[in-house]
Design a protein around this ligand. Structure first.
Ligand SMILES: Cc1cc2nc3c(=O)[nH]c(=O)nc-3n(C[C@H](O)[C@H](O)[C@H](O)COP(=O)(O)OP(=O)(O)OC[C@H]3O[C@@H](n4cnc5c(N)ncnc54)[C@H](O)[C@@H]3O)c2cc1C
Length: 420
């Protein structure tokens, strides 16, 4: 529940529309930084905003700032293709993603903001006998963790996705697939806005256009930060900057095992509803869904080279479109409307880092790579817990940075094949 409810009556909506919304209550304030905060979160993406919200709403810490170098939600949170699922292979991953999925199921209610969470299902298609066998092994492992997952045969797939061609003589015949019915999509901007509004209602200062320049620490303890808006004191600093995590860690001499690469997405012109689920194909190497506006949303894998340019290279764009047409020839005359990229932060085992560091009061939440949107509520929950108690809980513990020293990797490279 929000502490301060924002209510609009029908009369106030009409009144405000005539006054061009001049007196419309802002969804969040635009404060200048104070001198001191109990906790500063760097990065106003979904994970950073969720962390601040749960620190305030669950742990009762009210003197919090979220500093953001651009605008809130302008990083990967506002750039992703919004696929949500929890059907991961390893127990550690299944636990955190399922924890998150359960939070998604009540998120609009909790934030009093419609995040348009739609459990339309996520279906991964197999195009060879080998892929199908590999899938059934995965489905058994997923079900052992109590997560819904089922194998569909080509006839069931045709019924579920009428526009798909299940002719077995195609170059990539549809031989079966596995479905998570509780998976789906949510509106990414709304997730950032909902968390921002809810955090602000608890008094969290969200400070946009405020870049972190330096991290100040004394006797191995965090004492503050230097930002584009001046120096701010704090004893606890949570860094949640996705693709820029290694850049920020480098400021205090910490080397994170992260590669930052562009990941691209495309949307087409809006068309009438043709697809009401999410389709992934690892062999054809693409995934596709239809947004509520009618646009076809397409994506594929990461660019081959590390970069901080948020656009990506042309061959990857070309490959995405070719793959979409391979799977759905009816899309061949569709015009593409927009194309963009984000910088994803990938660990060697394709699992995230949620961790304390060797500097007291400095915490990192990163390495979500190509698939962190789905984890937004769960990641915020466990990161807030870590910062508040200075101790990982059973969900976040396996994702501590020490796993790279101890060799306790959580290898999720096969989690999707096409990125998510
Ligand atoms: C094209 C694309 C498609 C994707 N599709 C999916 C998908 O379908 N499903 C899924 O689960 N995941 C997907 N992802 C991954 C997902 O978007 C991310 O894992 C997730 O959004 C990360 O959220 P975040 O809050 O950690 O990062 P971000 O939203 O990137 O937020 C980090 C913020 O930190 C800020 N920042 C950086 N440096 C500084 C600094 N020095 N000072 C202050 N602020 C700073 C940035 O400006 C940014 O706003 C996709 C990603 C991309 C790019």
């Amino acid at each position: 529940m929000l502490e301060k409810k924002q209510k609009y009556s029908i009369f106030s909506i009409i009144k405000n529309s005539f006054s061009y919304h001049q007196n419309w209550q802002k969804a969040w304030r635009n404060p200048e930084p104070k001198k001191n905060y109990d906790v500063i979160i760097v990065g106003a993406g979904g994970h950073g905003l969720a962390s601040a919200f749960y620190l305030a709403s669950i742990h009762g810490i009210k003197n919090i700032a979220v500093i953001e170098k651009g605008w809130l939600g302008g990083g990967n949170t506002g750039r992703n293709t919004t696929i949500i699922r929890s059907n991961y292979l390893w127990d550690e991953s299944a636990t955190i993603y399922e924890y998150s999925l359960k939070l998604w199921e009540n998120l609009s209610n909790e934030l009093n903001f419609n995040v348009m969470f739609s459990q339309r299902g996520v279906l991964t298609i197999a195009h060879s006998e080998h892929e199908l066998k590999e899938m059934s092994r995965r489905v058994h492992a997923i079900r052992l963790n109590g997560i819904d997952s089922e194998i569909l045969n080509p006839e069931q797939i045709k019924k579920f996705v009428p526009i798909i061609d299940v002719d077995q003589n195609l170059r990539y015949p549809v031989m079966g697939g596995f479905l998570q019915k509780r998976g789906g999509t949510a509106r990414h901007d709304a997730v950032a806005w909902g968390y921002a509004r809810a955090a602000d209602s608890y008094g969290v200062d969200i400070i946009q256009n405020c870049e972190l320049y330096e991290i100040i620490h004394k006797n191995n303890k965090i004492t503050g930060v230097v930002t584009s808006k001046g120096k701010i004191n704090t004893k606890k600093l949570g860094v949640v900057v996705a693709g820029h995590s290694s850049v920020v860690a480098d400021k205090v001499g910490i080397k994170l095992p992260i590669q930052s690469r562009p990941l691209q997405a495309l949307v087409s012109e809006p068309i009438k509803p043709i697809l009401d689920t999410v389709i992934m194909s690892n062999a054809v190497h693409m995934y596709i869904s239809q947004s509520d506006k009618g646009e076809m949303v397409l994506g594929a894998g990461v660019d081959k080279y590390n970069s901080y340019g948020q656009k990506g290279s042309f061959p990857v764009t070309q490959h995405m479109i070719a793959s979409a047409v391979e799977l759905f020839p009816i899309l061949s005359r569709l015009r593409m409307l927009r194309h963009w990229g984000g910088i994803v932060d990938t660990c060697p085992d394709a699992s995230p880092i949620i961790s304390k560091t060797e500097i007291e009061g400095l915490y990192f939440n990163c390495g979500w790579g190509t698939g962190g949107f789905k984890a937004t509520p769960g990641s915020g929950h466990v990161f807030a817990d870590l910062i508040a108690k200075d101790k990982p809980n059973s969900i976040s513990k396996p994702f501590s940075i020490e796993r790279f020293e101890k060799g306790k990797l959580i290898d999720e490279h096969g989690a999707a094949g096409v990125a998510h």
